[in-house]
Design a protein around this ligand. Structure first.
Ligand SMILES: *Cc1c(COP(=O)(O)O)cnc(C)c1O
Length: 396
């Protein structure tokens, strides 16, 4: 049996998105900046896509939507824009969290070199940041709070509306990386007091290389790509019109089918969590309740995450040990370390992320294969031998 359970890394492009994209690649290829009719026709499609995103995010105006090359670019541009605005007012302090995506963390590193101060909030054991943590971190000179909507490794959902309300009360800009939440959780930028928000199409069954930056109308953006006047001068480069229109179709579809899909996802997720929790010396990472409907993330003691992945791959199961960005890296995930898992435990991690295309039969198969592979690996592991003989203490 083949099971794709790595939907937090990327998702399959939906049929709906493909159907929108193909004619745009084949026929509607004109440049939307061209004044001729084919160009203007494509421009209409581009603006319709912008309207779709504005509508499903409840943005006040279509022009608050800027298309980028992906989530990473949207994150970078959001942070840089807030930093430039802050610096003008002498505010050079930014609050974020220790378990953000590297697109945020590495931009913050770059901003630190440019003289900004950054406070990274610690991650509570349930993987959910509290509003009090944010309140305590905000200072007179804070220009931005950036907290992700849902974490890409452990799937925990953050109290975004409450953090947004706090930021607005304090007069601080609020950005959220909503890449993992988009199409899976309802998002309302106005009700949730969100000033800037990042999305990535390939995480909700759209194509790769398309992102969205929502920025409230009165927030001037700083360019990270220079060139032509596309996107009202905020992002240069001929728009990826097939990708953008496919992304809009995928976003609309995932928003409209969200409730129904989430019932199915939650049932599959909870079946996996219940089954894997039965295994000895296994622990679920992050809150079971404040969690994305398709995210399952465990640590197994005495097992190497990489070996586990390769064995599961040989059984037809595509999973991950954390984020794709840290795989291939020998350090354990910064998210699990931030959560307080010791190095030895953090190494034995497994992330299974589901989409509406997965089935209950596949969950049964996962629940057969994961315990079998973990047992096999433990039996050949010298570390497990020491743990079992009491020569070293069990950590979970
Ligand atoms: C995937 C991801 C990104 C990066 O998006 P790309 O489109 O791949 O650049 C950023 N943030 C989070 C939380 C993600 O999961």
């Amino acid at each position: 049996m083949n099971v794709y359970a790595d939907n937090a890394a990327t998702t399959a492009v939906s049929e709906t998105a493909l159907e929108v994209m193909l004619p745009m690649l084949r026929d509607l290829y004109a440049n939307p900046s061209s004044l001729h009719s084919p160009g203007q026709r494509v421009k209409e499609e581009l603006e319709a896509a912008r309207h779709t995103f504005a509508k499903y995010l409840n943005a006040a105006e279509d022009r608050e939507i800027v298309f980028t090359s992906g989530g990473s670019e949207a994150d970078t541009q959001a942070l840089r824009s807030a930093a430039v605005l802050g610096a003008r007012k002498g505010k050079r302090h930014i609050v974020s969290t220790a378990f953000e995506h590297h697109a945020i963390l590495h931009t913050l590193e770059a901003l630190k070199k440019e003289g900004f101060e950054v406070t990274l909030l610690e991650i509570p054991p349930d993987g959910v940041i509290t509003v009090d943590q944010v309140r305590d971190a905000i200072r007179e000179n804070t220009c931005l709070v950036s907290v992700m909507f849902a974490n890409n490794e452990i799937g925990t959902i953050q109290p975004i509306p409450e953090i947004g309300a706090l930021c607005h009360e304090k007069g601080v800009l609020f950005h959220t990386d909503a890449v993992q939440a988009a199409g899976r959780l309802p998002i309302d930028v106005q009700a949730m007091h969100i000033d800037m928000l990042s999305l990535s199409a390939h995480k909700f069954h759209g194509p790769k290389g398309v992102g969205v930056l929502y920025a409230r109308r009165n927030i001037p953006l700083t360019n990270v790509i220079y060139g032509g006047a596309q996107e009202r001068g905020r992002r240069a480069g001929t728009e990826n019109t097939p990708g953008i229109c496919g992304a809009a179709a995928a976003f609309q579809e995932s928003c409209e089918t969200m409730e129904e899909t989430n019932v199915h996802l939650t049932a599959m997720r909870d079946k996996l969590i219940a089954g894997l929790s039965q295994m000895p010396h296994a622990v679920l990472n992050g809150s079971a309740e404040k969690r994305l409907p398709g995210n399952v993330h465990f640590c197994f003691e005495g097992v190497e995450g990489e070996s586990l992945l390769l064995w599961l791959d040989s059984k037809g199961i595509s999973a991950s040990s954390g984020s794709a960005c840290t795989s291939g890296d020998l350090d354990p995930s910064h998210v699990l370390l931030a959560l307080g898992r010791p190095h030895e435990v953090a190494h034995g991690s497994l992330r299974l992320t589901l989409s509406g295309d997965n089935t209950m039969e596949q969950m049964d198969y996962i629940l057969e294969q994961v315990p079998a592979v973990v047992n096999y690996l433990r039996n050949i592991s010298p570390v497990w031998d020491e743990l079992e003989k009491g020569q070293r203490p069990h950590l979970i």
